[in-house]
Ligand binder design. Structure first.
Ligand SMILES: Cc1cc2nc3c(=O)[nH]c(=O)nc-3n(C[C@H](O)[C@H](O)[C@H](O)COP(=O)(O)OP(=O)(O)OC[C@H]3O[C@@H](n4cnc5c(N)ncnc54)[C@H](O)[C@@H]3O)c2cc1C
Length: 317
């Protein structure tokens, strides 16, 4: 079908775009891969199309000083696939639509559209992305966990332009996965689930800071903690990093909790064991073994840092 009549404006700045988008009946268009099909079906009938596609500076991946990442709202799927360092994200987005959709469709468009069957929103949510919105009232940064208010609805006002998506740094050793049960004809997700799992070797205070950054309620126990078991039993994620064999026993683990054993101890026979009694495997939902858990990850990260240090030295020379 042919869309209903509309007028067309192509602003050259975000300020101009926000002004135009705030007018009654106006609608922003980026790659057009969702809006145009809706207009052709006359499910959307904007009186004015505000084409933000040629506003400079809204595209590409930028690495932030704190190690975080910012992606411009006009970054296309094809660009994200080429630029991301996360293998699982690359694989997931390579299955979105077809070549044309990936070349035209933008990350910002997918997030702003808030289609629950889309792939990017689940992935961006799992990676803790925030939406950077700009309007005549200024800029605000909204965590995506709170940005989506329901299918096809967000907290963004009509005159707020999504200019970028920003995420905090990921600790080394973080992995992720995305799985979708795709509708066979369209490829859209009937169910899409993304999970990020952190298994950093960093312990003590730095570990507490990392967990705090993920909005966890953190309790640090130590040698003077009275009734350690009481605190341990409350934890959904229990990290043991003391260096005392058998410190954590099954009665201290909440059923189904995730237990990360960072302890390194030797038995009298020289066998390597952790801080957590292996019987806790029966109670925990997930548990890292010793040996074979945090240890190999530590070695991998040390090697990675050694290579990075060597590269930095030879590049500087
Ligand atoms: C044939 C086909 C197959 C597809 N298959 C898949 C699939 O398998 N998986 C999947 O996830 N998606 C799929 N899609 C959807 C596609 O990925 C999204 O529609 C696209 O990424 C949206 O981005 P866009 O730039 O095209 O947005 P547009 O269509 O331009 O805009 C979508 C909506 O977002 C708003 N908007 C866009 N950018 C901004 C901004 N910067 N600020 C504020 N508001 C904005 C618009 O006003 C509009 O309401 C498919 C689409 C087609 C046509």
């Amino acid at each position: 079908m042919i869309p209903a009549e509309f007028s067309y404006v192509r602003p050259t700045s975000i300020e101009e775009a926000a002004q135009a988008a705030g007018q009654p009946g106006a609608k922003v268009i980026a790659g057009g891969q969702s809006l145009l099909p809706l207009m052709k079906l006359r499910l959307a009938r904007p009186s004015t199309i505000v084409d933000i596609g040629r506003i400079p500076g809204l595209s590409g991946t930028h690495y932030l000083p704190d190690g975080g990442v910012e992606m411009g709202a006009l970054t296309t799927y094809a660009q994200v696939i080429a630029e991301t360092q996360l293998e699982w994200t690359r694989e997931a987005l390579s299955n979105v639509g077809d070549v044309q959709v990936r070349n035209r469709g933008t990350l910002g468009g997918s997030i702003a559209h808030a289609d629950p069957a889309s792939d990017a929103p689940a992935i961006a949510l799992a990676l803790d992305y925030s939406a950077v919105l700009r309007s005549p009232r200024g800029e605000r940064v909204v965590p995506l966990d709170g940005f989506f208010t329901g299918p096809f609805t967000t907290t963004a006002a009509d005159d707020e332009i999504l200019v970028a998506l920003r995420r905090p740094p990921l600790p080394d050793g973080v992995g992720g996965a995305y799985e979708k049960l795709a509708q066979p004809a369209s490829g859209y997700a009937m169910v899409g689930v993304a999970v990020v799992i952190g298994r950093s070797e960093i312990v003590g205070k730095p570990m507490a800071m990392l967990l705090l950054a993920q909005h966890a309620t953190v309790t640090i126990c130590h040698s003077r903690t009275v009734d350690l078991a009481e605190y341990a039993r409350r934890a959904d994620v229990l990290v043991a990093a003391v260096g005392r064999r058998g410190l954590v026993t099954p009665d201290m683990v909440k059923p189904g909790a995730t237990v990360i054993d960072v302890g390194v101890n030797r038995t009298d026979e020289g066998k390597l064991v952790g801080d957590v009694d292996p019987a806790c495997f029966e109670v925990a939902g997930l548990m890292t073994p010793v040996p074979g858990g945090v240890g190999p990850l530590t070695i991998a990260m040390l090697l990675k840092n050694t290579v990075a240090a060597a590269e930095a030295r030879y590049t500087a020379a």
